[in-house]
Write a protein of this length. Sequence first.
Lengths: 539, 718
Amino acid sequence: MTYVLTVLILIPFVGFLATWILGRTQKIAKWVALVFSLAQLALLSLILMTFWGVSSPVAESVLGPAQNALPFASWTGGYQFHYFERAGWVPQVGMNYILGFDGLSAPLAWLTPLLTTLAIIFHWDEEHRPREFFALLLFLEMSLTGVFAALDFFLFFIFWELVLIPMFFLIGIWGGPNRRYAALKFLIYTHVASMIMLLSIFALYYTSSAGVNAAVTGVATAGPTFDMTVFLEAARRHMLGTLGGLYIPLATQVPIMLGFLFGFIVKLPSFPFHTWLPDAHVEAPTGGSVLLAGVLLKMGGYGIFRVLLGMFPDAMKELWWVLAALGIISMVYAAFVCLHQTDLKRLIAYSSVGHMGFVTLGAATLTTIGVEGGIFQMFNHGLITAVLFMLAGSVKHATGTREIPKLQGLTKVMPQFSLVLMIGFFASLGLPGLNSFWSEFMVFLGTFSSPAFAGWRVLVIIPLVSIVVTAAYYVYTMQRTLFGDVPKDLEHAHDLMPWETFSYAVLVILIFAVGFLPFAVVGPIGQYVATLPGLTRVV
Amino acid sequence: MSAASLLLLPGYTFVWVILIAPLIAFLLSALVGRRTVEGGAPIAIGGISISLLLSLYLFIQVMLGGGLGGNFNPVFLDGYVWLPGFPAGSGFNNIVIELYIDDLSALMLVLVSFLCFLIFVYSIGYMHHEEGKPRYYAEVSLFSAGMLGTVSASNFLQLLVFWEIMGLCSYLLIGFWYHKPEAAKAAKKAFMVTRVGDVLFLVGVLIIWNQFGTLNFYGDATHLGIASQVGKLSPELLNLIPLLLFGGAVGKSAQFPLHAWLPDAMEGPTTVSALIHAATMVKAGVYLTARAFIFLVPMPYQGLAVTPPWTAILVIAGIGGFTTLFAATMAVVNFDIKRVLAFSTISQLAYMFLGLGVGAFVMATELSSGTAYANLDSAGYSAAIYHLYNHAFFKALLFLTAGSVIHAVGTNDMRQMGGLRKHMPITSITMLFGCLALAGIVPFSGFFSKGEILSVAFEAGTINSVYMVFWLLGTVTAFLTAFYAFRLWLMTFHGEYRGQGHPHESPRSMTFPLIILGAFTLVSGLSAYAMGGFGNFIFVTGTHAEYALPLIGVPLSDYGLEAISLGAALAGLALAWLVYETKRIPAERFTRSPTGAFLHKMLTHRYWIDDVYDAFGARVYVGFAKAMDWFDRRVVDGIVNAVGRGGLAAAAGSDYFDRHVVDGAVNLVSKEAIRSGMRLRQRQTGQVQSYAWVVVFGIVVLVALIFGIGLYLRLWGG
């Protein structure tokens, strides 16, 4: 038994406290934060490597042997977690402390310290309340890691809500001129969504959990539970026909699933619940935006893949079209809205809405490849959008504006910046060979091959429109900002700072690496998807 | 086993190096290019030289192993799995990167690496005075890797990936002079227009994967291939798939209606126009359509003949036939030397599509009349590839000579040239060779391949009279081609010099490639003729129908048809001579009548198609985006804010109710509470971070409480 997952929650938490307590000067604060975040990144990288079957003496001694644990010793197969911890919390009411990493959570959890570390580095010259700033980044890191690791609904919900606090303050204190409005909108909007999700959690707990728990554990008096693994396993056996009793009836699944869905698509966000996002991003500081778009949005996607697909297979079979419609509309709609933005950061924010549409659509396909593509898209989007938001920060830093009409000829004065911008834009528009091409391609393959879509296959054409429009707004933006002569007031714009260059270099290398070797990420994801119930292996 | 086959190496692994060498050159030029002479030129040339030598070696291997009358069994070179998750027995292949070497790809590898090599050498002189040379050499190296990868891909997806790498390089190189607004606009246009085609291509790939579970053109013992199972498609899909692939080709090869980007792409350096927009990248569409022959001429399936996709064949031949003439007419009125050549490229590419279309038609007809698959007459296919091969040489030559002229006189406008024959003898002679080849005058290369295409078109016309229209279009175009080719040459090199400055012959690094290419305008035609047709020269007459189409070259036998196309070309040449040399017929005569003036205006405005596209982009596209943006800010977000205000109003109402009704009752008993409230108020400092502390503290307390309860229950509870 190892406690590596608990350690993963504790490192950033201790880092948060240490930064706050020790960070008397900016220098101390950022170094302390960086050290803790790097430690977290190193540990998670070791964990991610175990998914590739890479095991080294170092990893063994730090992590203990990879467990491939089943949540309950009595189970003979089914959901396996590479790392798994369980402890009673309030077992009388079925509330437990359960953490686990599998192919779904590990890649997303790995993004968290990566982007936190890079955000810290990117803000190396942050002078406005640095102690609080870096401390809050670590607090955010802790809560996000918790969301991806938690396998008990109550614990999950606590972490889910904890995420709001640091982000609220990051926007509210370090944000732009309209930060109060944006921060409040973000907090209230996503909090309302969380409340509805909480209702679903309770509904699940009171209506079904006792029966499901009894069926799965084989103990008639097992009682109600918040244990997510119980639901996952029950749904899996239900789809295989090996569950000893009835699973949650469809009539119960549907309303509960819709409650969860609302919670998730607000976070994702999906049309029409996306308007908190552009405001939050435009006002947020760069590091906040990077984590907001890079990891925080993925909570919604994570929920869709973990909870909706994992626990409500029957409801998903009925309501896949809701997700499909939301995904498709988000993709096309956001692409057109992007075309008309003049604020670079707002443009990138809307592009996130579009790219998250692929996630929803991928889940809606109910096919292995589509779901893998959706999860992979989250990972890729995390890398790319981090670059893009950093770019918006760099250009503001260097020229004092993010307004596209005021920028021109940046290739001349900011060549490094321009190179990164091109790479980021082309990666984001899905240029074949770069990472997000693969995930988008997989989602399209899934959509096209999905039996659910059988009669609707023609609809694939609609999201394909978004590919053209996406290319249009990026290429149009490049034409306006990078090309042309340099206007007078931009002549003295400085190029990237060394710490900025470092952050970009890491991300760009990863974008290329994942583009050339997509299997490295698709492999672990596939391990998770293979255990999901009710998916069609069309391809 | 012949003695020659001893030369065959056991493996073909070295083929990977053909791709990797320019890729390494790309990285090196980008990283250390500025430290070398000429900003990375030696690196780029070194990289492509390796590719060229290995490609030649491979080509010889392929010839010995099967070219010239034998059978070369295509080779798969496995790379690695891109996307895993399709286990054996699932009916689907993993998505992999792997190379496929057959006679077509071996030929294309040599062609591409040879032209890249020559043009890189030429660039030393041409780009000598430019800034940003490392960027240039890095991008052209990446481009060559992309093109080499495109023609050696084993499957449609890999082809698409490398295809897009080329598209990216094309975008970057068109915008090489990024400070010029026209260049920026042209780059954007090129990327967007080809992107439309790419999406069609992508849909085609999706359908193929969905239907076959593999994307490989051909299969073997260990690879699942498409070719042998095409027959299981429904007739609609059998038509749709090649059309979608052709859609990609239309974008990349700038055929009507996606042709508009190519003339504008001339904003890039002339070397780029020669390499990417004449000799190589735009040919990728032709190559793709040639690969799509597995759908156009489907193999028998389970012993039964499959109905060929007539509609798709007709569309391909039709677009080709129409675009030949359409583009040639626009070339006639243009004064920009590079744009004339760009329109000419569109027109010549259309000949290739015409050849593929009519060739497929003839083969499909034979197939449905019961001819065995291995005995099909693939003359159209061979002729189109032959024209691709010839055109690559003579059009690269034309662009490079144009570049040499532009280098000397500093303008693209032919009205400011003239009389350059005396100043630039080598350029003048080599360009004359290029023009003769383009016009199709015997014995230059264009004559042979264009003649073959037209004779196959005529043959198709005798089967179905619709195709006779395409033959007619092609023949009229032959006339116009000769006319604009010599209009260009005469305006540039004959008469009096009309510009300023002192033109001079270009340096040797530039004239050397010109001479080589000039020689090829003769060699590439005559050598094939001696071999009894290009097909026999390159491809085999054999029966490996398992792997590839049987490719048979036809020697030129139909002298009547050859005479007609040659006659058309000579007439065009004569007209150009009369108008631009002797001035017997002044050019103004054509525009004097109202109809003539209108025609002239229509042609100079490129049939207003670009204007329509621009207007569509600016009005419809952007207008729709504007409407969406308004909708988002006002309606979607408006509702959100309204809900927010509603919440505040409800809160205010509750507050009123609470203060005046509920609290009125409570007030009586809450004096103590108020007092403690006063104390708490002092803690409300109004600073955000102290709120943060309170929230954090609250959560810590909450968690501690829950832990505490848990512990309590565990220790003392039930």
